[in-house]
Design a protein around this ligand. Structure first.
Ligand code: MN
Length: 205
């Protein structure tokens, strides 16, 4: 496993011809309108992670934006709703097409309430990922090796998780339902940004 840190943007053409990339991001917090986007981690599922550091108010990252909007590259997230909203807000792009391993897990693994990345990776891949650096300062001038290793670990196993969940979804007859949820996800993220974050617009009340 290796990780590569890029300042400001991805190198051009890095994921050309890749069918699916795993993506996660680190931010200054969980509040969409308040907290800035600091780091975007991407893996092709080959054990390597590429991380793009975005400095404050410098979100001109054309290669990253081209990847997020490339219709030929599936973007795999775990709880993509948040990352996709962050990318829409800060980068001004609608990320598509997408897959969310948390949604897939909720639809396939109905025998448990444990759908966090750590639980899903442990059960489906057999690897322990650490969440110790989750709440660290991602806006720091220099990121520590522990931070970078943690950030990388959030994208290294999503391809394997997706393969396992796809089998379970097919077995349970929920592949099409999951796909419909993934297709709706960019709109769900846009609703969050537009003020419906706490509201279930499908609810009766
Ligand atoms: Mn993360």
């Amino acid at each position: 496993m290796a990780y590569h840190l890029h300042e400001g943007d991805l190198p051009a053409g890095l994921f050309e011809g890749t069918a699916a990339v795993a993506i996660d991001s680190e931010t200054m917090g969980l509040r969409l309108g308040r907290d800035r986007l600091c780091l975007v981690q991407i893996s092709a599922g080959d054990g390597d992670a590429h991380m793009v550091r975005l400095s404050q108010d410098a979100y001109d990252a054309p290669n990253l934006k081209a990847l997020l909007t490339n219709p030929k590259v599936l973007k795999i997230f775990h709880f993509g709703r948040f990352d996709i909203a962050m990318f829409l807000h800060h980068l001004g792009v609608v990320t598509t097409p997408v897959y969310c391993t948390k949604i897939a897990s909720k639809l396939a693994r109905t025998y448990t309430d444990c759908h966090g990345l750590k639980d899903v990776v442990r059960e489906l891949v057999g690897v322990e990922v650490s969440k110790a650096q989750q709440s660290s300062d991602w806006g720091a001038a220099v990121l520590t090796p522990d931070q970078l290793a943690y950030a990388a670990s959030d994208v290294l196993f999503l391809h394997q998780v997706r393969d396992k969940l796809d089998l379970m979804l097919a077995r349970e007859g929920r592949t099409a339902l999951a796909q419909a949820c993934f297709d709706f996800l960019p709109s769900r993220a846009a609703l969050d940004l537009a003020g419906w974050e706490e509201t279930d617009i499908f609810a009766h009340t």
